[in-house]
Ligand binder design. Sequence first.
Ligand code: C5P
Length: 228
Amino acid sequence: MERSLAEKVIIALDFDSPEAALKAAGSLRGTGCQIKVGLELYTRAGLDFVNRLTEMDFKVFLDLKLHDIPTTVEKTFRLLINSEAHMFDVHCLGGLEMMARAADLCHGAGKKLLGVTMLTSIAGSEMGSIGLSGTMTDQVLRLACLARRAGLDGVVASPREVSALRAECGEEFLIVTPGIRPTWSEANDQARAATPAEALRAGSSFLVVGRPVTQAEDPLSALERLWD
Ligand code: C5P
């Protein structure tokens, strides 16, 4: 695979043991793909683990989806920005001030910050039960606009909202999409997935891909076959 395409792929390293995660990462070394470390692995292995991945020349997106009062989030980012991760995220529902204070710290350290709009596990039919009115797309667009006002670099959103987000937020805004399934892979619990090519065509900046690559017998060949 061309390096420029691999650089658009962020592999979600969702393993419960750091050893298994490092083994999978090792097989993808040198391809140019990025790595996403989530809450479970971070809780188990901490920032040292993130730094081990950057020593292997991976760019690391530390996906902790912070959501707390502005002061707590700011103090946490004062610690996180000392790691070698290059990108972080917060929940947009934390509000403008929380996002802006986190973004200032990230940018001061040369890092990027994304906002999580709506979790893909929330169905449109559940919006009322958490006090939200309007459609899922309305909600995602509203939160993305708030994130942009707060100075964030982009958002995490499902492939379904990418076209509307790209039209609303412009070419420079990063749109990072999980819910990616190549034509040859199982859906797992991804109900409304897009293929890598579809997501890029719709305007995704980066694709988050987990199990199709990490659970493959040969992760490197699965990465190379993403566009088949
Ligand atoms: O499904 P896959 O293993 O490719 O998941 C990669 C990432 O996508 C996960 O780390 C999680 O953040 C996100 N995900 C999601 N919705 C799901 C399952 C996973 O957004 N239903």
